[in-house]
Design a protein around this ligand. Structure first.
Ligand SMILES: [Mn+2]
Length: 332
């Protein structure tokens, strides 16, 4: 494999005195967290250096909070560090120049691993593995850990397994042969009790408020469902509600949005293969916000103003050639 030779060469050039920062996209999800955790193990083993995992935004979902806590993932917040202090910057589950991360435009990347479609942004990088065929960043990172014979602790295996599981919906979505091979390969090392706790966390009362908002505001037309969770305590709630509502009988396309602080977050989900939601999400925020995603799951953010929300919704309806007036409340 060409990549592993290049990676080995890159790592031999790094010494224990180098300071490495591993960045993820904002509000990191389990796949980003696990990928970063895996790279940290790689740098520790191969270069005898402790890389810092740095996040921006918040760790929103209760599952993700528990993942960080129970699997001992050491995190630093972007506001508490200075990127100038690091000799090398890495980025996982995103690419420099994408709108969902704070990778500085004036710095080259040491290493970038991602599986999201490119947004056409050019960047300087010494080692890039951009593999759209992979269902998760965790898949790619695990394959490197195995090739380099980096020991994978039970906590790290659990993180990587959970990263693949969430990004591929348990191998049901955007999954290839490598995802399956790595997923089953990690399984014997996974800590079942910790994984179960992460998958079934206690939920705060606000979660149920947002669930109520989503159900009461939910409107349906044919196989579309659009819902507004209103104010939310967690920017991941629209995504969580969209996943949940997509399971409704007859529903195949879901849009959920909600406001966290001064930003409107939205998520789109579909069970259909024929739509590319990532492109749709980018179109919906053109000129007003940021977005990205995959074929069947995507999302974005816009500054919360009535005008912006109307524009975003109009573009969604227009894309599918439907009219808001055709929709009816789920409960009326
Ligand atoms: Mn991912």
């Amino acid at each position: 494999m060409k990549e592993i030779t290049a990676l080995k060469k890159l790592l031999t050039g790094i010494s224990s005195s180098d300071r490495i920062c591993i960045l993820m996209h904002n509000n990191p999800d389990p796949d980003a967290l696990a990928g970063a955790y895996g790279l940290q193990a790689m740098f520790a083993h191969q270069c005898k250096t402790v890389a810092d995992i740095v996040f921006n935004g918040i760790i929103g979902r209760m599952n993700n909070k528990l993942m960080v806590k129970l699997l001992d993932i050491p995190l630093r917040h972007f506001s508490s560090i200075n990127l100038e202090d690091y000799s090398h910057l890495c980025l996982v589950d995103s690419q420099p120049g994408m709108q969902n991360n704070i990778f500085p435009a004036n710095r080259p990347a040491l290493l970038v691993i991602d599986h999201h479609p490119s947004e056409g942004n050019a960047f300087e990088c010494r080692f890039l593995d951009h593999r759209i065929s992979a269902g998760s960043t965790s898949t790619i990172v695990t394959s490197y850990l195995k090739s380099l014979h980096v020991p994978i602790s039970s906590q790290l295996a659990t993180a990587l397994f959970y990263g693949i599981q969430t990004d591929t919906d348990g191998l049901a979505r955007d999954t290839g042969n490598l995802d399956r091979e790595i997923f089953f390969g990690l399984f014997p090392e996974v800590h079942p009790e910790l994984l179960s706790q992460i998958q079934n966390p206690d939920l705060p009362k606000e979660y149920y408020h947002n669930l109520g908002d989503a159900l009461l505001s939910g409107q349906v037309y044919e196989h579309f469902l659009v819902a507004d969770v209103d104010q939310t305590f967690n920017p991941d709630m629209p995504a969580e509600m969209a996943d949940f509502l997509l399971r409704m009988e007859g529903v195949k396309i879901v849009l959920v949005y909600g406001c966290y602080k001064d930003t409107l977050h939205f998520s789109i989900r579909t069970s259909l293969d024929s739509i590319r939601l990532g492109g749709l999400a980018i179109h919906m925020v053109e000129g007003i916000g940021t977005a990205g995603g995959h074929a069947r799951a995507a999302g974005g953010q816009i500054p919360f103003t009535k005008e912006n929300v109307r524009t975003m919704l109009e573009r969604f309806y227009h894309f599918f050639a439907v009219e808001p007036g055709q929709f009816q409340l789920l409960y009326s």
